[in-house]
Design a protein. Sequence first.
Length: 225
Amino acid sequence: MLTARDIHKKYGTIEVLKGVEISINTGEIVSIVGPSGSGKSTLLHILGTLDKPDKGEVMLHDINVTNLSGKKLADFRNKHIGFVFQFHHLLPEFSALENVCIPGWISGNNKNEVKKRAGELLNLLGLSHRLHNKPGALSGGEQQRVAVARALINNPDIVFADEPTGNLDTANARELHQLFFKLRKEFNQTFLIVTHNEELAQLSDRKLTMKDGKIVFEVDLEIET
Ligand code: ADP
Ligand code: MG
């Protein structure tokens, strides 16, 4: 579903990505591990159309996203791609439900349908009692689950998560990870997750290791066990 070929990226004279190849199937949960500074976030940004490679191409289904720009790119990203970051960036003055709805409303989807899906997502993520609370009244784990629901509101093809559990304790990290699997079961949702958490990476379908700007190691965890 997602294929990237020969991705290169430089910042100044520093070569951050040195020819990354990656390919992800629909419904897969793939994790990326690797040392700090190895280019994981840079790669995720490029795959997620937030940044452009210097060389190489990213295909989502049959669309070459590397060539998109301007409004076309913004619309494409809104419609097809979800993001979860380490820090959730929820809007403090809006309720959990509104935070989830906003990207759907911005996309111009039917207001009530968006609200209905937001309620269903929050329910699925165990937050049906928190719909009308503002982020400040929620725990860290709850806030991150709201961010996951928000990433899913437009029914994206793929969700990119950059250290989504980096700010959570072990129990909450494990729970969030389990929720990714629940969402896969429910929607056949595809996830690409950058993580420092070796235990959670091990639970994915596939674990990719980045080192020095390349994917150096790939483990198919189903075959391995
Ligand atoms: P990781 O997520 O694996 O820790 P990053 O992709 O964030 O790694 O960063 C890889 C390298 O690229 C680091 O050396 C970082 O300092 C550099 N880098 C990342 N983003 C920028 C940027 N916008 N400008 C300059 N250098 C950057
Ligand atoms: Mg990073």
